[in-house]
Design a protein around this ligand. Structure first.
Ligand SMILES: [Zn+2]
Length: 84
């Protein structure tokens, strides 16, 4: 039972590290094509999800970066305070 919890925690941590270093992944809506279903040779319809960039931000990456940026700023502030 406890082994399962440890494995789950390690997997979750690994996922967070992966999201931190790879915040963007291929768009799932257009499968990396950047176009939607209605597009033809003459008319290119951009994918509504990624807007033609073919990339989408992974779930939670924005929040994760916000948190990490917040904590690193706090650490920097502490160091500056100590210097003064
Ligand atoms: Zn797309």
């Amino acid at each position: 039972m406890s082994t399962a919890i440890v494995v789950a925690l390690v997997l979750a941590l690994g996922r967070l590290v992966f999201i931190y270093y790879h915040p963007f992944g291929p768009c799932r809506a257009c499968k990396g094509k950047g176009t939607n279903r209605g597009s033809t040779k003459k008319r290119l319809g951009r994918c509504t999800r990624c807007g033609g960039t073919r990339l989408t931000q992974r779930m939670g990456s924005r929040a994760l970066h916000k948190v990490i940026r917040g904590t690193s700023n706090a650490v920097r502030e502490n160091k500056e305070k100590r210097r003064l």
